[in-house]
Design a protein around this ligand. Sequence first.
Ligand code: BTN
Length: 257
Amino acid sequence: MHSKSQDTWLIELDSCASTNSWAMERLPELAHGDCVWTREQQAGRGQNGRSWHSDPGVLTASFVCHLDQDQLGPLMSLCAGLAIAHCSEDLCPVEQVHIKWPNDCFVRGRKLAGVLCEGRQCGPHFGMVIGIGLNVAPEWSEAPAGSHFNGRPPISLRELGLEPATALSTVLRSLRSYLLQAIALLRDQRWQALLPGLRQRDCLLGQHIQVEQRQRRITGIGAGIQDDGSLLIRLPDGGSLNCSSSFSLTVMDVVHD
Ligand code: BTN
């Protein structure tokens, strides 16, 4: 059962398996800027084929966009990360939100949000679904063990000072507005205007990181987000690795000295 709210772009579901799956199945009927949000996600999907569990109070929503060409590389995820950062920084008295290339947002080394982008050709357009799981106000007595990163529990907007009275629709509207602004730049080939904001928030810069590429573990130092949205990693032998596909690479760990 689903309903369109007074915001014509918002489709509210009481429950569904995954907002990304729901939107992917109906992509040709959905408009650019539509958002599918659910109160309860029963089989959420995370990056790299993992399942993704969300407790009540975690915002689970997918935004639709139609593009002229495939954007399955890191750029769309980075646009989503920046939208999450701006929205969170507006709503909370928080220091900067950091982006862990290409899919996650962190504050104080703790995960705040994750992004899953998917897409397919829809007639003349390439349709994309940008799924966001954002810890708004989860009632965790203890965060689930699988949600820890580098041994640290996730963090939420509530913990960062979000006004308890903030309506979910306020968070969704802000996320959508920033996301559509970023996508408009991407569509106009002006996406490089987003680079300063991304580089300022890049939490892998200068960090010892371990990545997995085609089942091979590689250790190196994050050397920044490049002009095309790829991530550069300096290798111990003096060489470098340019990671442009978020699908073949997972940043497994930030290795602290
Ligand atoms: C991750 O951190 O691995 C990405 C998590 C993305 C979860 C969101 S919740 C809304 C949308 N629907 C899904 O099934 N997944 C994304």
